[in-house]
Design a protein around this ligand. Structure first.
Ligand code: PGA
Length: 248
């Protein structure tokens, strides 16, 4: 089986102002450009306010851009929302969907996420669909059931496997410093692959939750882990690049 390319994604969440965001993006872009040709893909997902200025900063570098969410509609009367087409218009190639912070804060559920996947793929974006178990589900041995259920609920009946990435993000590992063992991640990633059927051969399954420079190497060396989704550690250019560089 051909080796899948690794994918490194920085999710800035609601962090970064114009100057600090541009500086951070420039640092990552410079490091990536100096390491060309890259053997992995690297994506920054800044807050929506910074997408356009950062798009200009990243021009000519191998660093790609992504959004952190989008609406399922293409346009219309949806105050405060952004469509996938708008993200694509600014040069985004990826969008994160169904992050647990949105599932929890806004009650986003599978059917809504599946609609977003369809519309984002139609707009040409690669969709990074996040899922993961809670601490209670893990403690009661319900991890596998929760993952399979969330995966099938969050995907539309028809989707393009070439535009899908699945991010396994245990909720208890996000922002906590707690990380499952590589073996535990591998088991869930294999389960996700099996659940995807034929698409599982090609879809990148990445891990997210407290990835830092110190644990990135063992995570990224595993053949069942196709990359990482990095939150807080992506807010430091040097640290984020140190993580990405382990994918070489
Ligand atoms: P973290 O966040 O790296 O800060 O744990 C990961 C995520 O929420 O994607």
């Amino acid at each position: 089986m051909a080796k899948r390319r690794k994918l490194i994604v920085g999710n800035w969440k609601m962090n970064g102002r114009l100057t600090s965001g541009l500086n951070l993006a420039r640092e990552v872009a410079d490091r990536a450009t100096a390491s060309m040709p890259l053997t992995f893909d690297i994506v920054l997902c800044p807050p929506a306010t910074l997408i356009w200025p950062i798009a200009e900063t990243l021009m000519g570098s191998p660093v790609l851009l992504g959004g952190q969410d989008c609406h399922y509609a293409n346009h219309g009367a949806y105050t405060g929302d952004l469509s996938a087409g708008m993200l694509a218009d600014l040069g985004c190639r990826y969008v994160i969907l169904g992050h647990s912070e949105r599932r929890m804060a806004y009650g986003e559920q599978g059917d809504l996420i599946a609609q977003k996947v369809t519309s984002a793929q139609l707009a040409g974006l690669t969709t990074i669909v996040c899922l993961g178990e809670t601490l209670e589900q893990r403690a009661s041995g319900a991890t596998e059931t929760a993952i399979v259920q969330q995966l099938s609920a969050s995907l539309p009946d028809k989707y393009h496997a070439s535009q899908l990435v699945v991010a396994y993000e245990p909720i208890w590992a996000i922002g906590t410093g707690e990380v499952p063992s590589v073996e535990e991640i591998r088991i869930v990633h294999r389960l996700i692959r099996r659940s995807l059927g034929v698409a599982g051969e090609t879809v990148q399954v990445i891990y997210g939750g407290s990835v830092v420079p110190n644990n990135a190497e063992s995570i990224l060396q595993d053949d069942d882990i196709d990359g990482v989704l990095v939150g807080s550690a992506s807010l430091n250019g040097d640290g984020f690049w140190t993580i990405a560089d382990k994918a070489r």
